[in-house]
Write a protein of this length. Structure first.
Length: 95
């Protein structure tokens, strides 16, 4: 992800989102769950999107689509996946 921490040597490390192994709610309407190596997104009990756990572009795309379509807010994504608010803003500009 775009979360970064600087090392003393000046390098930057990417911090990945944390995908839950059990279903949790992003907000009252959306949920997320990781099964095997696939992350599933749900609206109620209906699956609406899935991607491989290492496919960060798909993760960024679907979370931005949720925000743009008013399915959730940026703070919901930040809280659920433990990513930084500035990263989410950068993804929204990109996607």
């Amino acid at each position: 992800m775009e979360n970064t921490t600087k090392f003393k040597s000046g390098g930057i490390q990417t911090m990945l989102p944390l995908f839950p192994s059990e279903a949790i709610l992003i907000n009252a309407n959306l949920g997320v769950e990781m099964r095997a190596d696939t992350v599933y997104y749900f609206n109620g009990s209906m699956p609406i999107f899935s991607h491989h756990v290492s496919d960060l572009d798909s993760f960024r795309l679907i979370t931005c689509q949720f925000i743009v379509n008013n399915n959730c807010k940026q703070k919901d994504i930040v809280a659920c996946f433990e990513v930084s608010p500035i990263s989410v803003k950068r993804w929204l500009k990109r996607y």
